[in-house]
Design a binder for this molecule. Sequence first.
Ligand code: ADP
Length: 347
Amino acid sequence: MSDDLIQSVIEAVPDPMLHLGPSGEIARANTAATQMFGTWIVGRSHDAVIRQPGLLSRIEAMQAGEGASEGRFERSDQSGVTQFKVRLTSLVDTGLLLHFTDITHLREAEEMRRDFVANVSHELRTPLTAVLGFIETLRGPARNDPEAQARFLGIMEDEARRMNRLVSDLLSLSRVESEERVRPNEDVDLHAVLQGVIAALRPGAEDAGNSLVLECGDCLGDGTSRIWGDRDQVMQVFLNLCENAMKYGGPDKPVRIFMAREMGTGLLKGPVLRVDVTDEGEGIDSLHLPRLTERFYRIDTHRSREMGGTGLGLAIVKHIVNRHRGRLRITSEIGRGTTFSVQLPAI
Ligand code: ADP
């Protein structure tokens, strides 16, 4: 291959590429490579630039006549660590080609998947261990104790319901994630959805002494509360937020749902519908706010579990709001309460 041809070929590749000459010097680097390493590298020996033993030994093996191979390369700067897969190809008599592919995002996705599986297993294992323990007790020490049997069966039912909730939330989350790029196209009246949410929650709210109040801003008239949406998902957003407000707001505390039509700001252009769900609970330390919508993130795991929480409710809310091209904001004041504010583009 002629020198010009090698240069044109490596220039056509958007990833960093280096051409090492027969004596190991960096004969050529494409633009992506000089942006990554600097222009000074051309003409230098490769081991002055690639100082990582794993990749250097791959290069050495190739120079000694081994066939095509792969190595790893890592770079760190202010923005963090970038990981590369490096493909090494031999050019007969003219050296080696090194092709760097950024695999950082693949590694991150792998890590997230691993964490997720570990979290799900942990969440399922706790109730399962309890159920198995009680089965053993019912077969053994409590065999002839009807009172204990009734109590243990009650606990087993609670644990089984918890697993059931977890599985339903996992299924909702995976459905919402898979549809996130599909624009919802039902003509949904948000005011009617909120009334539906309140009607569904009212019996439970009355038992806990929570009042659920829906208020509307002045400029909201007939037909002004419509969005392009997925009715069930929009309902799910406000069910989750109102249930949380009741759970974490505490018993005998009001939950206020305020709805208004306003002009969007920033990326949300045009008219939007804003719904604020406000409780009078203990409030949330600002430290936790950015992480609340992560899957399984809870401020107090024990309290969340006690109240039947799965740690997935807000992750589901975030994905649904994203799918609707909306925005979720959380503001909280310690000792006063929390507001979850959802903005959705209006029709
Ligand atoms: P969970 O099933 O634990 O309620 P969510 O995803 O709905 O899961 O919420 C995640 C965490 O956010 C909760 O465990 C709780 O710590 C916190 N949280 C959610 N809503 C509120 C609220 N209204 N007030 C205080 N904390 C809240």
